[in-house]
Design a protein around this ligand. Structure first.
Ligand code: DX5
Ligand code: ZN
Length: 227
């Protein structure tokens, strides 16, 4: 099982974003947080920014939409060439239809769950998604503390993925550090978003390497303690 490290540019210097992208070349994907000041209280950037990032980024884009009305906006991110587009379960009543339209455009489709959202209804829909994002903080801001209380959802997801044999990535986002990544990896995550712990490090490349190593050595089911 491969692990992926996706730095979140929410913690980058927005004014020098192109050189910031250069500091994370050794990562797998660039995580881009889209916030609309409605679904979450914070506001970041939108489609125009992503279209430009798509032109300059050496890594594929992993779009995390923290927005209302994803039916209206999500397809545009897929059309812009994003590698994956993840919308929130709480923001739509038609997650399967939306995921299908994203896949049809050519993007990987992801569904995100806030810490308080139950995973059970989505376990039987796994074939409709390429990625499930378990939020490990309340969405909206970087630099918050990892919520270990969300880990049972990952265990359930990993068990369901193993049972079905589907290649669905299990992503965690929020408060991921060299310590908490071990907990998330053991619970079953394979795709790790890290904002402040990567861009706040003196040497982001070394931090990416460390996160990668810790995730690999604490892989779910590799004789590690499971939750
Ligand atoms: C929070 C965002 C995260 C954020 C993570 O709502 O979805 O992607 O950038 O930042 P850290 O790693 O600092 O918690
Ligand atoms: Zn995010």
């Amino acid at each position: 099982m491969a692990n992926r490290i996706n730095p979140s540019i929410l913690a980058a210097d927005f004014v020098n974003i192109e050189s910031e992208l250069g500091r994370i070349r050794s990562a797998d994907l660039v995580h881009v947080d889209i916030m609309d000041n409605h679904f979450v209280p914070n506001l970041t950037f939108g489609l125009g920014m992503v279209e430009r990032l798509q032109q300059v980024s050496p890594l594929p884009l992993d779009i995390h939409l923290m927005i209302d009305d994803p039916e209206r906006w999500a397809p545009g991110y897929a059309e812009a060439g994003a590698y994956s587009v993840t919308f929130h379960a709480e923001a739509t009543t038609e997650p399967v239809a939306l995921a299908r339209s994203l896949r049809q455009i050519g993007a990987r489709a992801g569904i995100a769950l806030k810490p308080g959202t139950d995973v059970a209804p989505y376990l039987e829909l796994l074939s409709e998604f390429d990625q499930v994002l378990v939020m490990t903080v309340e969405p909206g801001f970087g630099g918050q503390s990892f919520m270990e209380s969300t880990m049972p959802k990952l265990v359930q997801l990993r068990t369901a993925v193993q049972k079905t044999g589907l290649d669905v990535w299990l992503q965690v986002d929020g408060g991921i550090t060299a310590q908490t990544i071990e907990i998330a990896a053991m619970a079953g995550a394979d795709t790790f978003v890290a904002g402040s712990s990567v861009f706040g490090a003196e040497n982001p490349a070394a931090q990416i390497g460390l996160l990668r190593e810790r995730a690999a050595s604490h892989r779910h089911g590799a004789g590690n303690l499971e939750l």
